[in-house]
Design a protein around this ligand. Structure first.
Ligand SMILES: Cc1cc2nc3c(=O)[nH]c(=O)nc-3n(C[C@H](O)[C@H](O)[C@H](O)COP(=O)(O)O)c2cc1C
Length: 370
């Protein structure tokens, strides 16, 4: 059976993370993933923007035992209790993905404080809710609060420098995210084939694990993650296109139908983002080139001068993909979309990934060692 140090540290059956994919709800996907033996992650950033993007909040509360009148902390508490209720019998392990960039700190604090409170009130929840996964910001300020609360701490980075910052902060599992990945990508992109082994060499040791992200979607790529020195892989796009995933059917179909060279990078809310190629995203890429060329030059936008029509276009496109308006929809997804051609049940998909990876790793010895 495929296993790694990741399983020992977190308690999952398999060394795979179902990526948190915000600001969209992953509430049902997380339950299915945890119950299939991988780490399920709830995204939480959909709760940050009730006023500006109520359709995202609305979609979230539907599977969070909550109502539109509930505030962010109450919805968070409810969704954690729901996830626990739905995973405890199968021994599922789950966590939360929390964006901690400077402008979101107020919200991140509420999410993390609520998570700690829920576990203090019912210690049995802690046996299943084991992980806080931070992203999009500096991990250092969070070291005491997350570690002291006894969570396994994971953080995602696009560079060796970022990984070293994680190590200094005491992060337990560093996720190296290559440019292949879905939705937001780094301003200065490096792909997994280069980034992952470099991060492994820089920070992996007996206390610090490294997982790959960006392009991992099947047994071949999971086996490759091990070959590159990682302890496993995080998968986003692959889990998005599953039966149980909370994403709209047109989004899932967009991934399945993406095909060869099926994604592009254009502006997306906080910087460069990877989208499924369609007429709408191609137009957006062309506008990005004209109005926010920094996306392609590694120079972050100046938010005081950026053309608002670009941002309005992104908001309209996301609203469309959440409500099923195909003509205006842009679907965030990773390059791996071109290798995905089905929409399986999570349990079946996980079983296929781990059994294929196991076979590949066993065969390698016979094939390549004289
Ligand atoms: C639709 C979508 C939304 C995402 N949102 C987030 C997010 O809110 N926070 C985060 O850390 N990563 C986010 N990601 C990145 C994933 O967590 C993961 O690192 C990435 O999907 C891995 O690459 P892959 O798509 O090739 O599997 C998102 C990815 C997708 C596809």
């Amino acid at each position: 059976m495929i296993k790694s140090r990741f399983c020992d540290m977190v308690g999952t059956k398999y060394p795979i993370i179902q990526a948190g994919m915000g600001p969209f709800s992953n509430n049902n996907l997380c339950v299915a993933s945890a119950n299939a033996g991988v780490l399920g992650l709830l995204s939480t950033s959909g709760l940050f923007d009730k006023e500006e993007q109520p359709w995202i909040y609305e979609a979230f509360i539907k599977t969070a035992d909550s109502t539109m009148d509930d505030d962010m902390a109450t919805v968070m508490e409810n969704v954690l209790k729901r996830t626990y209720r739905l995973t405890k019998d199968k021994g599922g392990i789950f966590g939360i993905n929390v964006m901690v960039s400077a402008e979101l700190v107020e919200y991140s604090k509420i999410i993390i404080e609520t998570a700690i409170k829920v576990c203090e009130e019912n210690p049995d929840i802690k046996k299943h809710f084991k992980v806080i996964f931070t992203s999009a910001g500096d991990p250092y300020p969070w070291r005491d609060v997350i570690k002291n609360a006894g969570f396994t701490w994971m953080h995602v980075v696009p560079s060796v420098k970022g990984a070293q910052r994680c190590k200094k902060s005491g992060v337990d599992v560093i996720v190296a995210s290559g440019h292949e990945g879905g939705f937001h990508t780094s301003w200065e992109p490096v792909h997994s084939m280069t980034l992952l082994p470099d991060v492994v060499d820089a920070v992996s040791d007996e206390n610090t694990l490294v997982m790959g992200a960006g392009g991992f979607c099947d047994g071949k790529t999971l086996a490759a993650a091990f070959a590159l020195g990682a302890d496993g892989a995080q998968m986003g796009t692959r889990f998005l296109a599953t039966q149980e995933s909370d994403f709209h059917q047109i989004w899932k179909e967009g991934v399945v139908e993406a095909g060869d060279r099926g994604t592009l990078v254009a502006r997306g809310f906080v910087g460069p983002a990877r989208w499924v190629k369609n007429d709408r995203s191609k137009e957006h890429a062309s506008n990005t080139l004209k109005m926010a060329p920094g996306v392609y030059l590694g120079a972050p936008d100046d938010y005081t001068t950026i053309d608002m029509s670009l941002i309005d276009y992104e908001i309209e496109s996301i609203r469309a993909v959440c409500t099923g308006d195909k003509s205006k929809a842009m679907m965030a997804a990773g390059e791996a979309a071109q290798r995905i051609s089905d929409m399986p049940k999570v349990e079946d998909m996980v079983q296929k990934i781990v059994s294929d990876a196991e076979k590949i790793l066993r065969d390698m010895q016979n094939k390549y060692i004289a």
